[in-house]
Design a protein around this ligand. Structure first.
Ligand code: 0L1
Ligand code: MG
Length: 262
């Protein structure tokens, strides 16, 4: 750590205000070029603590930058994780208000729900599949608080990996009945195909993303509790959306999820 507790809390408040007011800011490493990854996660955890202290509930966890498409799009090389709160959730077919966001983009993702605790280090795909209750199709709405999505890895970790909204729906399926590597997804915006992908784009298999999360948490002395909802990351690039857009992610074998931006 290079930042003291006061600075961590000030940066957390700065980024959370940007989120809540839907006002973009410049990346925080501009003013704090020496901050490290521990500082970045400390800021993210301080944002989470502030939301929990206000009575909001943790809805799940997410992995980000898990595909080569996303890493290339963002110019980074390492996956990252963040958290999801109750107020970020929307049901399948519901509306998302654009005026609450800065510059939203959507990503189709496969979500896992666990039925047993997962501990790292050493967590692997077999552990994850044995501990998975079901998988569901989902869509993440990311909304970086940084101007023009211009950030580095530490800044985006601190900004809760651009978490903003998410939708889950479709069919809950046992992952043992599916080949999640070859499971395809088609993302449509206003009826036009805008991106396509397959499960293997996410670290070779979406369950590897959950294993990596368990191992990253394990390095901090934390684990994934039973019953956790986990978004595994996008197998496609993120697609920008605007007021009036309807977006549908159609997943092979899992059904679809839709959302309208109003
Ligand atoms: O969920 C993601 O992969 C997004 C991670 C943060 C980077 C971005 O805002 O695109
Ligand atoms: Mg994502």
């Amino acid at each position: 750590m290079t930042l003291d507790e006061k600075t961590v809390n000030e940066l957390a408040a700065h980024l959370e205000q940007a989120e809540l007011k839907a006002q973009d800011v410049v990346k925080i490493t501009d003013a704090h070029p020496d901050m490290d990854f521990d500082d970045a996660y400390a800021i993210q955890y301080a944002i989470r603590k502030a939301k929990l202290a206000r009575g909001q509930k943790l809805a799940g966890l997410k992995m980000g930058l898990t595909s080569h498409a996303k890493m290339t799009q963002m110019g980074v090389e390492t996956p990252i994780y963040g958290f999801l709160m109750d107020y970020m959730a929307r049901g399948d077919g519901e509306e998302i208000r654009v005026d609450e966001l800065i510059h939203p983009k959507v990503e189709p993702e496969i979500a896992f729900v666990t039925k047993a605790d997962l501990h790292g280090p050493g967590c692997h795909i077999g552990d994850v599949l044995a501990a998975t209750d079901f998988v569901v199709p989902a869509m993440e709405v990311i909304d970086s608080r940084y101007r023009d999505f211009k950030f580095d890895l530490k800044s985006v970790i601190a900004d809760n990996t651009s978490s903003s909204r998410f939708v889950a729906g479709g069919q809950a399926r046992d992952p043992g009945e599916l080949d999640l590597r070859t499971l395809g997804v088609v993302l449509e915006k206003n009826g036009e195909v805008v991106a396509t992908g397959a499960g293997a784009a996410v670290l070779g298999h979406p369950a590897n993303s959950v294993a990596m999360l368990a191992n990253m948490l394990g390095a901090r002395g934390e684990h994934i509790p039973s019953g956790t909802f986990i978004m595994t990351g996008a197998g496609t690039e993120a697609v920008a959306v605007a007021k009036g857009d309807t977006v549908t992610a159609r997943f092979q074998d899992l059904g679809s999820v839709s959302v309208r931006f109003v």
